[in-house]
Design a protein around this ligand. Structure first.
Ligand SMILES: [Zn+2]
Ligand SMILES: [Zn+2]
Length: 373
């Protein structure tokens, strides 16, 4: 990224951190957490501790980080190297990202930027100008991406509360600042689980590796009464609701399932699990030493804020997570896709000079689709 683009992003981020201290707070049990941050065009600084809000604000104003992180884990000595930190426990965190949902809309709003000649093209495997395959993909997520991610958050919350004894008020949902949501679970029975157990938990939540026998199907002489009832709890109940459709169809569908045989059942099971399992990123949940974007901080992939979603269904990231200033700035924009921020439409722009509000300029510059004029 160019020098004056970085300068502009730093000024905008600094302004945000100065004016929105109210949005960015240290998490509880602050002194047991590891913090980290990144600056524009530079590496990660980790293994630091922060005492309170004041110290956090000082760090933000002094360093103007592009991204700020905090561990979900609690340690005796968070500022020591990993092997000496003395891990105590960690909140359970789930990452749901639109890019992992295989959505059809994605190809309509993914842009490829050529690393050789900077040519911008929409969804191609090679550069339309120089044929290079060194392309950087940038996505401008649409409403469908956000709605699909919300649906996964709702699925996940249901599984957590219905099957895993998590209290609804201990589930906190945050918009990640880019293309998805982070779901935090506090004070659960899972606080002290290690990585392997968390991995098993993700298999359960994603409905991975289910076998026909669990749902009553057997290779030889399956017994009709072993098939799930419509009202059952857990995966047997969810499976039956999806496969039977209604209570009255149960008997007829079971007959069909038995007649079609074991391997056909396995196929049905795989299809159903891909549909009704929650699409979380298992690697994030099983990593008990990770540092996560700090709520209230800006995401340097977009300039949007990672923010708590009070009412998930009504939440609109493009108006509720955009906090940067309205001040006009001149940029050269090369963004062939239209986008919407703060209820205003921008683009498409074809390598042209435009005067736009700071929040929109930052959004495009973060995605490398514009440059300060
Ligand atoms: Zn090229
Ligand atoms: Zn989309």
């Amino acid at each position: 990224m160019q020098e004056n683009d970085i300068k502009f992003l730093e000024d905008s981020f600094k302004n945000y951190y100065f004016e929105h201290f109210d949005l960015i707070r240290v998490p509880h049990r602050t002194s047991e957490r590891e913090f980290g941050f990144q600056k524009f065009n530079s590496g990660m600084t980790r293994h630091i501790t922060i005492k309170d809000d004041k110290e956090l604000h000082l760090l933000l104003m002094k360093n103007i980080p592009s991204d700020v992180y905090c561990s979900n884990a609690y340690y005796s000595f968070p500022n020591l190297p990993m092997s000496e930190k003395d891990w105590k426990e960690a909140d359970l965190i789930f990452d749901i990202d639109a890019k992992d949902l295989n959505l059809k809309c994605r190809e309509n709003h993914t842009i490829s930027k050529c690393n050789e000649c900077n040519e911008i093209s929409i969804t191609s495997k090679y550069c339309s100008n120089c044929n290079s395959i060194k392309l950087e993909k940038k996505s401008l997520p649409c409403k469908n991406c956000i709605d699909a991610s919300k649906a996964e958050v709702i699925k996940l919350s249901k599984i957590l509360t219905e099957d895993l004894d998590v209290q609804q008020n201990n589930i906190h949902v945050y918009f990640s600042g880019n293309e998805g949501f982070h779901v935090y679970v506090f004070n659960s029975q899972f606080q002290q689980l290690g990585s392997r157990e968390r991995s098993e938990l993700t298999d359960y939540i994603m409905f991975n590796g289910a076998i026909p026998e669990t749902f009553g199907m057997k290779k030889f002489k399956p017994n009709r009464s072993s098939f799930p009832d419509f009202e059952e709890k857990g995966w047997r109940g969810r499976f039956s609701k999806d496969v039977y459709g209604s209570k009255s169809k149960r008997s007829k569908i079971i007959s069909e399932l038995i007649a079609n045989g074991y391997s056909s059942f396995q196929k049905t099971l795989d299809e159903v699990s891909a549909k009704i399992g929650a699409k979380i990123d298992p690697n994030v949940t099983m990593d008990i030493h990770r540092i996560f974007r700090l709520p209230g901080s800006l995401n340097s992939k977009s300039g949007l804020t990672k923010i708590f979603c009070d009412d998930l269904l009504k939440f609109d990231p493009y108006s509720q997570a955009s906090f940067l200033s309205e001040n006009l700035v001149d940029v050269v924009a090369n963004c062939p896709i239209e986008f919407k921020l703060k209820s205003r439409k921008f683009g498409p722009y074809f390598n042209e000079k435009v005067s736009i509000p700071t929040y929109a300029a930052v959004y495009m510059i973060c995605k490398k689709l514009a440059s300060i004029y």
